[in-house]
Every structure is written in structure tokens, then in C-alpha cells.
Design a protein around this ligand. Structure first.
Ligand code: MEV
Length: 318
């Protein structure tokens, strides 16, 4: 929102949530559907403030203690890339300003940190220049940056982060809205291991190139799980949804993207009463999600901490 009381905008902000994939990661890269939900309490924030004439646009990654000037930043700098794409989209020159981004999201942990930073920055910059970007436009801009960083992303991260609502997503399509009969609770637990989505997706792609038949059946089944999960969510059958999440985890583990730490967290959540649990995002580290009845939240949270989670967050999907 513009925050100046004068006619010209002197500062503006933008923000975007993190996300978790409920089911269908990896298979979504190959055309199967996936379901993702925003995590509205964990956000990236961007703030832009006018600076001295001639100073150019400076981009500050506050969490990393890094500042670049747009004029001299390399083409593949993530903040510079989304800033340039946003300026091109709205047909504006870079303003003289300082644009600072901060994020509560862990990096390389499957929670959509990169997409959230891109969307927050694009929104702040556009608002500063007197324009509002639609979710569809800001998602498309962020997708271009995702491609620089993640190689062959499906586009699910930028989509759920830009729309900020639960999405049923198929690569190349606009997200489908779906109905949620009963709000449900997820605990998100950080394994403390970090992994590159680009590397994990590329490793699966090269193995699949060598042996496509090895991946056809699991990816197809993950697509079916996602379709069944959509029905379970629409009819409020949360224990059935948990069973589907567990099966999705087994398929992901079979593909080699789980880790002993993830397995330990998933098993701890289930033993403490979660309806289901699985890794979320690319895997090989990062976070797990556990689908948990309200009454079981304290016990599952405690079990996840005891099993080594470095953070446990809660989100309600409504
Ligand atoms: C990343 O959040 C999820 C993956 O399916 C990759 C993608 O969809 O681009 C692993």
C-alpha cells in the first residue's frame, strides 16, 4: 500500500506468503496436478523509499546483509531480475529509491522463499510507481525468475504465493479454486537440512531420462492421490486425506527424495496422532507437513521438537 500523504508516493510496501505443497510435488513438473496452500503467517516483505535524485535503484537483501545497485547488478541476480522484469512490465524507468526485502521464510527449505521474495518485491516496486499488478501478472513475472534459479520449475510456487489461496495446480494452467468443507490444521516442521530445488529436480530429470518407465507409475499415482485429496478436502474427510499424504510420502521416499531426518519427523508426527505426514517441496531436506486434528496439535508439536525439528509452525487451511 502507498504510505505517503502527499500526491506523489514516497514509499510503498509489498508482501507475499510462503507456501507448502500438500501433495503432488515432483510429479507436477511432469504435468500431473498438485495441491498447494499459502502459509500466511510466514511472509516475505518489501519496502521501497524514495532516495536522492540520481542515486538509482538500490536493492537491499536485509537478511543477507547484501546491497546491489540495479544499474550494475548481474543479469542473474535474483532481486535485480525481478526488479527489471517488473519495470519492463509496467514500462517504467528505475526510480531513485532504496528497496529492502526481508523474509521470515527459511531459504532452500521447500517453503517458497524465492517466489515470495520475488512477488513481494514486484508488488512494492509497482505500487511505488503507481501501478497494481494482478496475481496473474505478478505470478508470471516471478515464474521467469524461478526459471533462472530452479531450471525447470512447474510454476506452482509462484502461483500459490501470488494468489495467496489454496490452489489445485496443473503446469501451464491458471490455478483452480477448490472447496474446503472443513478447515484443517497443518504443522510444518523444519528438518534443519537445506537442499537446492534445482539440484533435486535436475537429478530426478536425469534419472527419468535414462529410465522413463521407472517414474511413469509413481508420477501417475501421485496425480491420482492429488485428485483424491481434492475430493477428500471438499467432503471434509480428513483422516482419508491423511492416508493419501502418507502414501504420497512413501512414493517420494521410493524416488529417493526423503532423508533419515525427514523419515524421523514424519514417523514422530504419525506416532503422536497425526492423520498423515510427508515431506513438502523438493525434499532431500527442508520441511515436512503433518495433518493434525486440533486436539492433537500440542502433542504432535512436542513430538516433532523431540524428534529434532529446528522449527515447528502451525497453519490453518480454510
Ligand atoms: C517445489 O516447491 C516443488 C517441485 O515440485 C518443483 C516444482 O514444482 O517446480 C519439487
Amino acid at each position: 500500500m502507498p504510505s505517503s500523504h502527499r500526491s506523489e508516493v514516497l514509499s510503498a510496501t509489498g508482501s507475499a506468503p510462503g507456501k507448502v505443497i500438500l501433495c503432488g510435488e515432483h510429479s507436477v513438473v511432469y504435468g500431473q496436478p498438485a495441491i498447494a496452500v499459502p502459509v500466511s503467517d510466514l511472509r516475505a516483505q518489501a519496502q521501497i523509499t524514495a532516495a536522492a535524485p540520481g542515486s538509482g535503484l538500490r536493492l537491499v537483501a536485509a537478511d543477507l546483509g547484501e546491497t546491489v545497485t540495479l544499474r550494475t547488478a548481474p543479469a542473474d541476480h535474483p532481486l535485480a531480475a525481478i526488479a527489471r522484469l517488473t519495470l519492463a512490465e509496467i514500462g517504467a524507468a528505475a526510480p531513485d529509491a532504496v528497496l529492502t526485502v526481508r523474509s521470515a521464510l527459511p531459504i532452500a527449505a521447500g517453503l517458497g522463499s524465492g517466489a515470495a521474495v520475488s512477488v513481494a518485491l514486484a508488488r512494492a516496486l509497482a505500487t511505488f510507481l503507481g501501478r497494481e499488478l494482478t496475481a496473474e501478472t505478478v505470478s508470471a513475472l516471478a515464474y521467469k525468475v524461478e526459471k533462472i534459479y530452479h531450471g525447470t520449475p512447474s510454476g506452482i510456487d509462484n502461483t500459490v504465493v501470488a494468489w495467496e489461496r489454496p490452489v489445485y495446480f496443473v503446469k501451464g494452467s491458471l490455478p483452480e479454486v477448490f472447496s474446503i468443507a472443513t478447515p484443517f490444521h497443518l504443522l510444518i516442521a523444519d528438518s534443519g537440512q537445506y537442499s537446492s530445488t534445482r539440484a533435486v529436480v535436475a537429478a530426478i530429470r536425469s534419472r527419468r531420462d535414462v529410465d522413463p518407465s521407472r517414474f511413469a507409475a509413481p508420477f501417475k499415482r501421485m496425480g491420482e492421490i492429488t485428485r483424491q485429496a481434492r475430493i477428500a478436502i471438499a467432503s471434509g474427510e480428513l483422516p482419508a486425506l491423511g492416508v493419501l499424504l502418507d502414501e504420497n510420502q512413501a512414493l517420494l521416499a521410493d524416488l529417493g527424495v526423503s532423508t533419515p531426518e525427514i523419515d524421523r519427523l514424519v514417523n514422530a508426527a504419525r506416532a503422536a496422532g497425526a492423520w498423515g505426514a510427508k515431506l513438502t517441496g523438493a525434499g532431500a531436506g527442508g520441511n515436512i507437513i503433518a495433518l493434525v486434528a486440533a486436539a492433537s496439535l500440542p502433542g504432535v508439536r512436542e513430538a516433532l521438537r523431540a524428534a529434532g525439528a529446528v522449527h515447528v509452525w502451525h497453519t490453518e487451511v480454510a
